[in-house]
Design a binder for this molecule. Sequence first.
Ligand SMILES: [Fe+2]
Length: 171
Amino acid sequence: MAETAKERIVRYLQDAHAAETGIDDVLAGFINDTDDPSIKAVFEEHRAVTKTQAQRLEQRLTALGEKPSGGKGFLNMIMAKMSELMHGAHDEYDKNTQNLIKAYATEHLERGMYESLIAYATAVGDTETAQLGREIQKEEEQTGERLFPLIQQYAKTALAGTQGSGGAYTA
Ligand SMILES: [Fe+2]
């Protein structure tokens, strides 16, 4: 039998909760992965927001008489593939830059995930879930905007690990 609209909303909320919980773990890994205090600070802050997102999703599930599934959702599977693909950075410089790229990509995966939650919740008249989705989606967008300029900033730090005068060359 096909699931009801409510069952589908609950499943989406559980998937989103699993995604936020998984992202929290990924961020903890990024924090351990670097010696750079400003990268640590960005990810610590991001981790605090992620935790409140998981809490708010859990509260919404509770209001619907449900709880987190403890399973893995679509986003967790994508993230697992992504970390497989990008594992084994060449050096410390690449690692920082690649972790920033991964974090930036994750914000956009989340943005897309919440877009679908918002659309479906709106279509079935669950305005509270739609509102929560919009609130969290906004936070993901803000984080993505903060992370983006850091990519070029850290990509340039690789010059310090480049041989030769300033790294400039002619082809
Ligand atoms: Fe998030």
